[in-house]
Write a protein that binds this ligand. Structure first.
Ligand code: SF4
Length: 481
């Protein structure tokens, strides 16, 4: 099995990458501005909805019910998609998904593809695989195109080029489109992108798309977007290949009603997405003549085993948790080392990777709960983060170096001290004696080892000379209580 989540296997740990991102003033300014705009728009649109909390609860229940019976819905989807003229392929991991896509493209004689809305294709690293097979992929989502032309990585799951401002985009377009006369005016940049893409839409015969939802009842697939490029990609080519994670399944067409109200408001602060494209099989004289769906597992079925971990798969990739997260808003998405960034990335990437990579991500959170409050499907991200931190500790304790790590020794010591009153009081006495080495007034400064990470940036009050218990004992003696 070659389960792969973007480039997480080679990404630096979050604290290292975050330190680097924090030094980039321009990036932080861009991320702050963009997330502020989207957050404010979302808040307005959500406030208009008297039944918002009911919608969230419904979405949560639909997702939970679907995932509890996912095997059944996947088979139902395959049956209905096939009956409508589509072909369903099953990919256990990244390599299988890429191999299926490449063999289909070669079978139809293509050497280039147009692509839209395919985070899953970034997850399996499809573009490098296509390049290696001599096939040129063209991203058509404006933000994805900016990322591709800039030889960059996406930094947000809805707005992948959110870290770029228009001056940077102008420079990328000037260089890659050979348009030295371009200015940074948004209308001019949009017109340049339109012209650049139109040629590809009309020329390329094979489209590769992702999907926001796959509907078991009808075998249909759905993409929502704002630019119309998705509509072009799923209607103009002769062959359409849709790569979709198995967790995108919903049972019935009616369920879309709930998600199509929640998703646009949460993602971009729109009441409705300008383009909602649904396609079901093939129809003579209308749209692609061949339609293939690749259902991707890539580590997802492992998450189904635990109710707590399974909740991660409820995600509809709206990005609201990223915009609300105080950590993401400072570092941007690249620091997460994964195409899935922010709070959802912090729980999804390590789990898909069987906790082998991205192990620092569950700690990339202040646990403030802002992500849970905005999540349209009510994923309890803080609880899952704590659960994953527990898994990291348990895994570490299986190795000698993990057992001897500062953190583990400190926690084991704390467990012993907190285990009995006598030991706790003895630890307090020891602490009072030891702290004199680091005490300046009523504060502790420059603590050694791991604790130094705290005193380097924050205040830490010294232990008082007398504990509350001692004070109580002394006073009750005096007053005869
Ligand atoms: S976890 Fe919730 S808020 Fe975050 S992207 Fe997924 S659905 Fe949106």
């Amino acid at each position: 099995m070659s389960i792969r989540v973007g480039k997480t296997a080679k990404a630096p740990e979050f604290p290292v990458a975050a330190k680097c991102a924090l030094q980039n003033e321009q990036l932080r300014k861009n991320v702050h501005h963009a997330t502020d705009v989207i957050r404010n728009k979302r808040a307005l649109r959500v406030a208009e909805m008297p039944d918002w909390e009911h919608l969230r609860q419904s979405a949560h229940e639909i997702k939970e019910q679907t995932l509890a019976h996912l095997d059944r819905y996947l088979i139902e989807f395959e049956r209905n998609c096939t009956a409508a003229g589509g072909t369903v392929h099953w990919a256990r991991d990244a390599d299988e998904a890429n191999a299926i896509a490449i063999s289909l493209i070669q079978q139809y004689g293509g050497d280039e593809v147009i692509k839209v809305k395919t985070m899953t294709s970034d997850e399996v690293q499809m573009n490098p695989a296509l390049h290696a097979a001599g096939i040129t992929p063209h991203e058509t989502d404006l933000a994805d195109m900016i990322v591709q032309l800039g030889d960059d990585e996406p930094s947000h799951i809805v707005v992948p080029a959110l870290h770029r401002n228009r001056f940077e985009i102008r420079d990328i377009f000037r260089k890659k489109m050979h348009r030295a006369e371009l200015t940074e005016q948004p209308e001019e940049l949009a017109a340049a992108a339109r012209r650049y893409l139109r040629d590809r839409f009309l020329r390329v015969k094979i489209g590769v798309s992702g999907a926001n939802f796959a509907i078991a009842e009808t075998g249909s697939v759905c993409v929502v977007e704002s630019e119309g490029n998705g509509r072009m990609c799923v209607t103009l080519p002769e062959v359409l290949i849709t790569l979709v994670g198995i967790e995108k399944m919903i049972p019935s067409f009616q369920d879309l009603e709930v998600f199509l109200q929640l998703l646009p408001r949460s993602a971009t602060g729109e009441r409705m997405n300008p383009y909602n494209s649904l396609w079901t099989g093939v129809h003579a004289g209308d749209g692609p003549r061949a339609f293939h769906v690749i259902l991707l597992d890539n580590g997802r079925t492992k998450l189904l085993q635990s109710k707590m971990e399974r909740e991660t798969l409820d995600c509809i990739r709206c990005g609201a948790c990223l915009n609300a997260c105080p950590v993401y808003r400072e570092t941007g998405g690249h620091a997460y080392g994964s195409i899935y960034s922010g709070p959802i990335g912090a729980i999804l990437s390590p789990q898909l990777n069987s906790m082998q990579h991205s192990r620092s991500l569950p700690y990339a959170s202040s646990l403030c709960g802002a992500c849970y409050e905005v999540c349209p499907v009510k994923i309890n991200i803080p609880e899952i983060l704590i659960h994953l931190r527990g898994r990291v500790v348990q895994d570490d304790q299986k190795t000698l170096s993990g057992n001897l790590s500062q953190m583990n020794l400190a926690m084991q010591g704390a467990a012993i001290a907190f285990g009995s009153r006598r030991r706790y009081e003895a630890a307090q006495r020891l602490g009072r004696m030891g702290q004199t080495l680091f005490q300046r007034g009523d504060q502790l400064r420059h603590l050694p080892g791991m604790a130094g990470g705290w005193t380097r940036f924050r205040d830490l009050r010294a232990l008082p000379k007398q504990s509350f218990r001692d004070w109580w004992k002394a006073n009750s003696r005096e007053t005869g209580l």
